[in-house]
Design a protein around this ligand. Sequence first.
Ligand SMILES: [Zn+2]
Length: 119
Amino acid sequence: MNRQCEHCGTALTGRSDKRFCSVKCKNDFNASRRRETRFVTREVDRILHRNREILQTIMGEKRNKMTIARLELAKMGFNFDYITGIYENRQGKVYHNVYDFAWMAFSTQEILIVRKKKK
Ligand SMILES: [Zn+2]
């Protein structure tokens, strides 16, 4: 079987679990993979971080729960399509996590925001 370095394509010899011809190729491969990840995830990260900052601004330091008009949130630049998780409580209400906050469609026009309890 012809095995090749995953970075430069040079034919590999030796151990069958070897993936690269040299330490340099291994490092270059990993560096380019990290660059690609940074590039691909940047936009989603930016939106999620902005969503969290908006919730933090609205909630301040002390508040644990409040409702706000969906329109108001949207005006601030909140993007409802980006969340870090989702869960349904026993009453069937669906909460959308944004890191340490969560929001729920309280009515068609109102959003309930809660601060998640620290574990
Ligand atoms: Zn190589």
